[in-house]
Ligand binder design. Structure first.
Ligand code: SAH
Ligand code: SF4
Length: 360
């Protein structure tokens, strides 16, 4: 069965025709589904009977298990269960005064097995389809007073390991939600063929590479897939994509005390990224979020600042981020781990909002 946000406008048009409704309803339906920021059931621009029939023909794909709001009230997080098979995924909404960012999952679980990541520790369940990815954003947008202007693929899963569904969702975000490509960020652990494929697409989305280590020896211990796609190849593919689009590539670096935060690591990072030029890269330093399956911890803030200072004096640009939403376990994979570990029979809580570690 085609789900509400898995359906293409073409499929909806066919359904409208078969239902005997006038053609002009198509624009109204697409508007109701994507732009009104209310559930279809409440879209009074459509006749009640049409809404009901549409809702039945194109059911939602996700049921909320838990919705939580961070202490700051600006971060919301959802744990969803996929109706088709009960797979669980999570979505985070981060609100700012004028706009909001949604962090989406591209897979249930992840096969990459990064040691420090809760999703990686839990393993792979399955790819999400495009409708499941799109629905996360639309439903988060319904809960946001601010319009969603940015979407980051930084929830559960490796988007470039689920390329087709990810790209279909990207196109839908661009066409139906009207978001500019550069406000859509794909974060990857470094799947080189996927990065190269992005270069063939006409939409110039923003690329973020999860680096976390400045050399192969260390990165191999944290990110198993680095053995298949070593750093030099990842940087090369990323640099080429960035240069072809005239855009800098973001490098994410989760700082872990005494593991990757030594001053020598900062100097090595400068050597690694300096060839991309002063406008070719940007480093985001993020404090590690604790996860159950990993003993590392975040460095003290002053240490991250010292790390950033070395990067800047080496000619790179760098930002030290704080984590948002750690009070509600909004970081990658954490809500799901907690719920599964402590709540055998999770029930829906009605509290709203928040979480996330993503860079805005
Ligand atoms: N699989 C993709 C996107 C999802 S992970 C990727 O790896 O890029 C989103 C981001 O969260 C990545 O940068 C990832 O490295 C980071 N991350 C995972 N676990 C983390 C943790 N415990 N603390 C801080 N960042 C983490
Ligand atoms: Fe997967 Fe990204 Fe987590 Fe690595 S960091 S296990 S690629 S979700």
């Amino acid at each position: 069965m085609t789900t509400r946000y898995g359906a293409t406008p073409g499929e909806i048009a066919t359904w409208i025709e078969r239902a005997g409704a006038p053609r002009y309803r198509l624009d109204q339906v697409v508007d109701a589904l994507y732009r009104q920021r209310i559930p279809l059931e409440d879209a009074s621009t459509l006749p009640r009977a049409l809404r009901a029939a549409l809702g039945e023909a194109f059911p939602l794909a996700l049921d909320p298990v838990v919705a939580s709001t961070g202490d700051d009230g600006q971060t919301m997080k959802w744990l969803w269960e996929c109706r088709s098979d009960g797979a669980q995924i999570e979505t985070v909404l981060m609100r700012y005064p004028e706009r909001a960012t949604v962090c989406v999952s591209s897979q249930a679980g992840c096969a990459m097995g990064c040691t420090f990541c809760a999703t990686g520790q839990a393993g792979f369940v399955r790819h999400l389809d495009a409708g499941e990815i799109v629905e996360q954003v639309v439903r988060a947008a319904h809960a946001s007073p601010q319009p969603v202007k940015n979407i980051v693929f930084m929830g559960m899963g490796e988007p470039l390991a689920n390329y087709d569904a990810t790209w279909t969702a990207v196109e839908r975000f661009h066409q139906e939600l009207g978001l500019s490509a550069r406000h859509l960020t794909i974060s990857t652990v470094g799947i080189v063929p996927g990065i190269r494929r992005l270069a063939t697409e006409s939409l110039p989305v923003t690329l973020a590479i999860s680096l976390h280590a400045p050399d192969d020896e260390l990165r191999n211990t944290m990110i198993p897939v680095n053995r298949r796609y070593p750093l030099a190849e990842v940087i090369d593919a990323a640099a080429e994509l960035g240069a072809s689009r005239g855009r800098r590539v973001t490098f994410e670096y989760a700082c872990i005390a005494s593991v990757n935060d030594l001053l020598e690591h900062a100097h090595a990072l400068v050597r690694l990224l300096r060839p991309l030029g002063p406008r070719g890269s940007h480093v985001n330093l993020i404090p590690l979020n604790d996860t159950a399956g990993y003993t590392g911890t975040a460095p003290v803030p002053v240490r991250m600042q010292a790390f950033a200072t070395i990067l800047r004096s080496g000619g790179l640009t760098a930002t030290v981020r704080r984590n948002r939403g750690t009070d509600i376990d909004a970081a990658c994979g954490q809500l799901r781990s907690r719920v599964q570990g402590t709540m055998p029979d999770p029930t829906v809580r009605t509290s709203r909002d928040e979480s996330a570690r993503m860079a805005p």
